[in-house]
Design a protein around this ligand. Structure first.
Ligand code: ADP
Ligand code: MG
Length: 461
């Protein structure tokens, strides 16, 4: 301020001096005084003009609003322009920060696994993320600022949206839902701000399917247990109410024992399944020696065949070939369970006297293949894709008669998956079936000695 006043006085002083100097030649003191006065006034006017032009420059700069540089650096206007520039810079920084924060929020919404739609107070769409595009089929250019009710036409949703009671979520069919492949969306509206709405949508198809599977599973288990239980209860009642002779009693008790065994097998298969589902995948430290495993399978297979066949002549013709003399990396009890399930199926579903070939060999690409081939009844192609489902049986009564639970191949599938292996089923109705488990090369012990097929002979040596 001092310099402003000083420059004003200085301009007037210099103007006065110049005015006095210009009139000093006239030699009259009155004209010298007038000249000095005019000089002072002109000095003041010149200062005013210069000052006003600097003010105008500042105004021009303010109109452009470029915060990167000040309009001028000196004097009062310089000071004003510098402060305005700093103010502008800090405002710009605040605006940039807010913009960045908004972008971060939107990016977080975008990354959400749920569909997110922001609606204004009139129900028009302000913003939505990619997941909402997948759920509702919105298009960014076309659908922004459209009323949500015009775009989501499901009658259930229309009633929910217009009902203004958003305490509960709504389950509605998804856009791509078809009768064969139903898609279920859970939609929930949350009011916020002044009359605005946040819509969250989730794809709950998998959840619903899991829930349906759980219901089916419980129903199946109950059914499987109820049947032998009913039979058992009937026998108990008979034994309690009727006077039976010794041989009849023995017959009834044998039938009761059969039903009890059936329930025990079912419970044991269920426990095997649940332990397979609940435990971590088998490590790489465990392994099983293949010749021993095959020997065990052969022993069990022959015993089962003998137990099921009334005469020695009717027993199955079993051929065991182990072309690998080494270890298979994996959980021994799981591997045994899967392989013996395939073998027992072949024996149990085969009419007497049929031929079953069990083989363990190495494929040309280094993988190991365990196969069970029979010339039994075979399976129609329409059943093949569902064979590994729990409780799925081609012939329910035959499966029950042979003591099957319908869980055998489900257990096999789990074991196969846990070992990174592959289950292949080839079957022709009336001709027979081949079940193969193909283990990755990494599961075959590298020290495995491969024997030539000629050496193996028929049965295991
Ligand atoms: N080797 C086979 N030959 C013919 N049918 C088979 C064979 N293996 C399995 N199946 C069919 O697949 C169904 C499912 O097998 P699985 O899961 O082991 O259940 P189950 O307890 O009935 O044996 C069986 O009920 C049977 O109909
Ligand atoms: Mg079975």
């Amino acid at each position: 301020m001092f310099w402003r006043f000083f420059s004003f006085v200085a301009f007037q002083f210099v103007g006065g001096i110049l005015g006095w100097y210009a009139t000093s030649f006239t030699q009259t003191s009155s004209s010298e005084r007038v000249g000095t006065l005019v000089g002072v006034v002109l000095g003041g006017v010149l200062w005013f003009l210069l000052d006003t032009s600097r003010g105008a420059r500042l105004l021009r700069w303010l109109r452009v609003g470029d915060a990167s540089d000040a309009a001028m650096r000196t004097g009062l206007w310089g000071e004003v322009s510098d402060r305005v520039r700093r103010l502008l810079r800090s405002r710009e920084q605040v605006a940039r920060d807010s913009q960045q924060r908004l972008q971060d929020f939107l990016a977080a919404f975008q990354a959400s696994p749920n569909g997110v739609v922001l609606l204004d107070a009139r129900g028009q769409i302000e913003w939505f993320n990619q997941m909402a595009v997948a759920h509702f089929g919105f298009e960014p250019e076309r659908d922004l600022l459209q009323h949500l009710g015009n775009l989501v036409r499901d009658p259930g949703f229309a009633a929910y949206f217009s009902g203004h009671d958003y305490r509960q979520e709504l389950v509605m069919p998804g856009r791509q839902s078809t009768p064969t492949r139903p898609v279920k969306l859970s939609v929930h509206l949350h009011p916020y701000g002044e009359g605005r709405l946040l819509l969250i949508s989730r794809d709950i198809t998998a959840l619903e399917q899991a829930e349906a599977m759980r219901r089916d599973f419980v129903a199946n288990v109950s059914h499987e247990i109820r049947t032998p239980l009913t039979v058992l209860a009937g026998f108990v009642e008979t034994l309690q109410t009727l006077e039976l002779d010794q041989s009849e009693r023995a017959r009834y008790l044998a039938l009761m024992a059969q039903q009890a065994t059936r329930m025990q097998t079912l419970v044991s298969d269920l426990l095997t399944l649940s332990s397979l589902e609940g435990s971590p995948p088998p490590g790489v430290t465990d392994s099983v020696a293949l010749p021993q495993l095959m020997a065990q399978l052969e022993q069990e297979g022959r015993a089962l065949s003998a137990a099921l066949s009334p005469t020695a002549k009717a027993a199955h013709h079993l051929v065991f070939d182990c072309l690998l003399a080494g270890d298979l990396v994996g959980a021994p009890n799981e591997l045994h369970s899967a392989m013996s399930n395939l073998l027992s199926n072949a024996i149990r579903y085969m009419p007497d006297g049929g031929e079953i070939q069990v083989r363990m060999c190495r494929l040309p690409d280094g993988r190991a293949e365990f196969s069970v081939q029979d010339n039994g009844p075979g399976i129609a192609p329409e059943h093949l894709p569902r064979l590994t489902e729990r409780f799925y049986r081609v012939d329910r009564s035959r499966s029950r008669d042979t003591g099957g639970t319908g869980l055998g191949l489900a257990i096999v599938k789990h074991v196969v998956q846990r070992h990174g292996a592959e289950l292949k089923i080839d079957s022709t109705l009336g001709q027979g079936s081949t079940f193969r488990i193909i283990f990755p090369a990494s599961r075959v012990n590298p020290l495995v000695v491969e024997r030539s097929q000629g050496q193996s002979g028929g049965n295991r040596e």
